[in-house]
Write a protein that binds this ligand. Structure first.
Ligand code: SF4
Ligand code: SF4
Ligand code: FES
Length: 288
């Protein structure tokens, strides 16, 4: 445990950080380390983590890349709420005691770094790319050689889902995932809606039906935690609701258009073999 220096000027404010520490496979149990820091207004949680790492404990592990709420790397739990460390201003928090923990619903690798593999595996499952008219091979489709036009209105229908940076804050906040680890989760489903709601996507409806189950759209409890957690104002629950409607309509259409089995013909309707005549010029039956 380390302690920062005293106030150096009248403008800074002292914060106490309680940071989750654990190295998978090496530590018997997790612990919390405490660090004090005097920070100026405008300091983010991520900037404070850098200060702790540089001034007090170089072994502290956390992820980051862009520092500007674009890459989605720095998702973590900040005072019990999932969010981006680079986007959370310390002075905007209602308390000077800051508890930092890794995102829930994902295994910890070290300190604030979680194993994102299940998140990415679920994301891959929804085939996150635009599908051309012929299967997945866009290049095979003659339509793909032309410009794929999208009107501003069509763009607005999917805009919020395009803004998703795959930070997994919604994934960490989702209570359904805690109960049901196989659930695809809000981010993957919101991205699926991003693609199937796109007028340029032509994936077969049967492919969307792969999420018509309890691990897919029906796994959601509709408690909106994902919306509260999202730093980019995406509303995954809206996407899940849209997918549910799409699937209900798909199933109804299937019921209406499914070919019905023909009724079995009565014996009297069947042609009798002995009365059948061979077409002219052809032999009806040849002995071997
Ligand atoms: S929906 Fe929001 S919280 Fe979820 S991964 Fe995308 S940006 Fe992050
Ligand atoms: S609304 Fe659904 S996806 Fe979003 S947090 Fe709740 S259960 Fe998870
Ligand atoms: S560092 Fe890229 S989103 Fe925070």
């Amino acid at each position: 445990m380390n302690h920062a220096s005293e106030h150096t000027d009248g403008r800074s404010r002292r914060f106490v950080f309680r940071v989750f520490r654990h190295t998978a496979g090496a530590d018997a149990a997790p612990r919390f380390d405490t660090f004090d820091l005097d920070v100026l207004p405008g300091t983010t949680v991520l900037a404070a983590l850098f200060m702790i790492q540089q001034q007090q404990d170089a072994s502290l592990a956390f992820r980051f890349s862009c520092r500007g709420a674009v890459c989605g790397s720095c998702g973590m739990t900040i005072n019990g709420r999932c969010g981006l460390a680079c986007r959370t201003q310390l002075w905007s928090l209602p308390t000077s005691e800051i508890v930092l923990e890794p995102l829930p619903n994902l295994d910890v690798i070290r300190d604030l770094v979680v194993d994102m593999s299940p998140f990415w595996e679920k994301y891959r499952r929804i085939r996150p790319w635009l599908h051309g008219r012929i299967g997945d091979a866009c290049a095979d489709s003659a339509a793909q050689t032309r410009e794929q036009v999208q009107s501003p209105r069509q763009f607005r229908r999917i805009e919020q889902y395009i803004n998703c940076i795959l930070c997994a804050c919604c994934y960490g906040a989702c209570p359904a995932l805690r109960r049901q680890p196989n659930y695809l989760g809000p981010a993957a489903l919101a991205k699926l809606q991003r693609f199937v709601g796109d007028n340029r996507d032509h994936r077969p409806a049967g492919q969307v039906a792969e999420v018509d189950n309890a691990d897919g759209v029906w796994g959601c409890d509709t408690v909106f935690r994902c919306i509260e957690a999202c730093p980019k104002d995406v509303r995954p629950t809206d996407g899940i609701a849209a997918l549910r409607w799409r699937l209900v309509l798909y199933r109804m259409r299937q019921l209406v258009t499914r070919p019905r089995p023909l009724p079995a013909p009565k014996a009297s309707q069947l042609p009798q073999l002995e009365t059948m005549e061979a077409p002219a010029g052809k032999v009806a039956h040849e002995a071997p």
